[in-house]
Design a protein around this ligand. Sequence first.
Ligand code: GDP
Ligand code: MG
Length: 368
Amino acid sequence: DDTVVLSDLAKRMGVKGNELIKRLMEMGMMVTLNQSIDYETAELLASEYQFEVEKAAFEEETIFQSEEDAPEQLRPRPPVVTIMGHVDHGKTSLLDVIRHSKITEKEAGGITQHIGAYRVPYENGDIIFLDTPGHEAFTAMRARGAKVTDLVILVVAADDGVMPQTIEAIDHSKAAGVPIIVAINKIDKPGADLDKIKRELAEKDLVPEEWGGDTICVPVSAKQETGLDELLEMVLLQSEVLELKANPSKLARGFIVESKLETGRGPVATVLISEGTLHTGEPVVSGIYYGKIRAMFDDMGKAVKEAGPSYPVEIIGLSGVPMAGDELMAVADEKDAKQVSEHRMEKQRSKDLSKTTRMSLESLYEKM
Ligand code: GDP
Ligand code: MG
């Protein structure tokens, strides 16, 4: 689909746009300045002015090297875990107590930082928790091809049971091929019924291990802070099975988890690094935006100079606010970053323009 916006072509040739419109009309085509014409038409039109049209073969692949990693370049990386479940079953409470119980008092000063993803030190490594604002965000990310999570902790309240959003979460996880660990929460409550919950889970093909299935169920209470170590232990066990690895010694790639415009700081985005290592000062592209990383902060609000695979960092320096789920890629040269961004913007622009033209045509027909 090689196309060019008519006004761009006019500008390049130094010809008035209206003149081109007239020529096209003579050729039997009704085209406005903001519309795109195909390559063949552009060629024909240009030849009348002794211009030659050349396809600008711009391939992003030439800028983003995607060589496969040699096995010896791969290093273990921490698991990225998403907590999902029905509303009010205790997702936020669980994440809060996990963070608070595992981060020492001294560090806890900076804990107010909300960047949408958190590092929890556990035993010899770290576990990264993604705090998805809702299933929609998760679904949106998946729809855009973002593989952002290695494991799902499904929270089910012991006094309530499997509910619509529980089922949704199960479906999403299964569709994404992400293993589920069930945390049966609120076991401190008088109405808690573990057997009932397990029965309901089994009905959804999550048969508990103790019943001969392969679903790990851990009874917990976010309120009384019980079962947390068992839960984290199971997360570590499961991630060992997955043998999570990435190459840390190359240009970084990652996914935008959250983004916003902040007064005084400009566009701010949380990136979850999937491979490579991101450094301050590096040029990056994300969505239609680009920039040089001016500063990076971890989930405690501490300035950091680099971030490796699985780690979340808040970055500033982008030219605009990318969307959650957009990929972020570091490039060797800022010129390349700019070129990719401009190319993507142009593409988006011609897509938007053809959309609005079609829309205005449709509304025109409606009036007729
Ligand atoms: P979310 O909507 O899944 O994020 O649920 P919240 O974490 O906001 O919890 C919903 C409500 O359940 C809050 O009032 C919590 O205090 C309460 N809650 C969460 N975990 C427990 C628990 O283990 N035991 C009891 N008794 N209450 C809990
Ligand atoms: Mg919540």
